[in-house]
Design a protein around this ligand. Sequence first.
Ligand code: FAQ
Length: 346
Amino acid sequence: MHLTGKFCNTEGVDTPAVKGADGLLGEVERAEAALRAAADRAGAGSFEAVIEADQKIEPRDVMPEDYRKGLIRQIAQHAHSEIIGMQPEGNWITRAPSLRRKAILLAKVQDEAGHGLYLYAAAETLGVTREELTEALLSGRQKYSSIFNYPTLTWADMGAIGWLVDGAAIVNQVPLCRCSYGPYARAMIRICKEESFHQRQGYQSLYVLANGSPEQRRMAQDAVNRWWYPSLAMFGPPDSESTHSAQSMAWKIKRFSNDELRQRFVDMCVPQADILGLTLPDPDLKWNEQRGHYDFTPPDFDELMRVVKGDGPCNRQRMAHRRRAHDEGAWVREAAAAYAAKGKTA
Ligand code: FAQ
């Protein structure tokens, strides 16, 4: 097989460079340039005119109430996902197999906290407070991504999450860099650059296991078997059942439908799985010459809806942990508020 390049690691295994999520970085950079151009052409007129001209809506612009509410819904769910998403991987920080892997995982989980913060800040520009958003998560009124309700059973899950979950996140989020709401689009640019690194490290970690001992290889395959369908489900219900897609796409919040992005993800993963030497757990996965895409078995959407509604393997554990962390952090918030108040009166 022809490989496009290599990057080194300290474990004696060179990982082939593959075309993949980091190839989407060019798209992020184009979105960044478009954002700068849009800033130079500010003040296009009415909400409809700005959307039509593919420019950005900014916090002080007039916007339909449903646009504002829809954005708060999506950005808040996204922010909560980053925060809850720290738990499955946080579970392995103390058990990482080497100091190097521990440092990488620690940095990745910390990045996810940062993504949550950028996103909460973007949501706040729409007139909600951080406290309101936190309360909505803790009370269960607002949700987070289904994917974080699955358990991380072995070290190989860290590789599979990086490769598949971060990979799915990038495919979904790169188009959000061109979202019509300025603060969300700007937050997504930085997030996508970091997610691309996350995806790459997961792939590399899995590659090392896939080329390791028979037991490591089995562990890598088992992780891929368990994370494949939940990753496909991250893209949401099929287009025919997606309640928000049509309006979100008309307002240029979403640029592609759930099914289009799911297909893009499958097409990206198949050659990457080949290089890993691992199998994707779908006997019906095959290239369709006519469509120019891989045919694949869709995820179980009834399971997705059960998990979203709170009945996944780890929903209760994740929420209990988040509530406990929130309560235990009360003194930090109080101290920070007291310090800020002191600064104002000094
Ligand atoms: N999980 O009408 P649609 C990450 C809900 S971040 C839970 O199609 P929409 C980084 C949906 O909210 C992952 N709920 O909705 C990371 C709606 O319910 P609602 C998060 C889901 O908004 C990696 C209902 O179903 N990413 O992974 C899911 O047009 C590793 C109907 O659905 C984002 O949030 C689901 N999978 O499309 C961190 C990206 N799918 O609100 C740590 C931004 C659907 O009416 C470690 N969000 N629902 O009660 C989006 O792109 C969109 O919101 C979609 C859903 C595509 C998720």
